[in-house]
Design a protein around this ligand. Sequence first.
Ligand SMILES: Cc1cc2nc3c(=O)[nH]c(=O)nc-3n(C[C@H](O)[C@H](O)[C@H](O)COP(=O)(O)O)c2cc1C
Length: 323
Amino acid sequence: MLMEFPELKISHLIPRYPIIQGGMALRVSTAPLAAAVANAGGIGVIGASAMSIDELRNEIRTARKFTKGIIGVNIMFAIRQFASLVQSAIEEKIDLIFTGAGFSRDVFRWGKEAGIPIVPIVSSSKLAKIAERQGATAIVAEGAEAGGHLGTDRSIMDILPEIVSAVKVPVIAAGGIVDGKGIAKVIRLGASGVQMATRFVLSVECAVSEAFKQMYLKAKAEDVVIISSPVGMPGRALRNAFADKIISGNVPKPDGCDGCLKNCSQEYCIVKALENSRIGQVDDGVVFVGNNVHQIKEILPVQTIIDKLVKEFAEEPENAVME
Ligand SMILES: Cc1cc2nc3c(=O)[nH]c(=O)nc-3n(C[C@H](O)[C@H](O)[C@H](O)COP(=O)(O)O)c2cc1C
């Protein structure tokens, strides 16, 4: 028997394919990428952290112009503006909200009142259970293979079965999934869908600079490192001059601060560092990336990426032995 996609049902939302494009802050995932993923049958997600309220509203409206598909936003709880960004997304009638790096009791209440599913991103069965009890409609289980801030050092393959058996809501697996084979592996472990980010950075529609994409394309397995982030969590990024400075403790302190994070160690400015890399100053910035970037060989249009994922997945035997 060949594999078939499970139906991913997040409340009333059922995408054609159970594939979510992970939200990527600092304008890595904006309206063009999110709309392209939604048009191709997945769920497109705008990374809202560090956007102003007006910018987020504008991104949501732009995405809506280009698609009738499902569009979400990802807002990190660590952002000082968390509550107002969530409220604005709700006012814009966003389809669903992903909360990364923590969550509050309030967000589930706001989502419930507005009829908008709240999907927290967690890395342990303990947090998954708490999130379900507070009203999560689905849960993203994110393993250590993921790009960006990390809530665990354990593989998605280890935490996923624990989280699947701890909750009744659908569990979406994230971290290191770059092809149909990777999707099949987590579906066999009980995931109802996947969240993928790194694969979608290497798309035509992703708005990052060419230099950012070329760093991804040239990356070898050993170029992916763990850095500390002033947010208070480790992050997975590509090795470059800036990452070396963080690792050796010689990173420049912020030369100004607008207090964008609820808690910040001020070791360096993570917002400036991510923005630098997005606009092409990759040596002066942090390039967040997932662990399996080296397995991706080309930049493709989103539609082609999704077509390939669907084909590769369909060719996977249902009872394949796990590696
Ligand atoms: C460049 C980049 C930026 C990211 N920004 C965020 C973010 O703002 N909020 C969040 O919850 N996750 C963020 N992530 C994590 C992704 O949404 C996703 O869960 C994770 O990267 C999945 O692993 P993969 O990249 O190997 O597919 C980011 C990842 C990358 C690569």
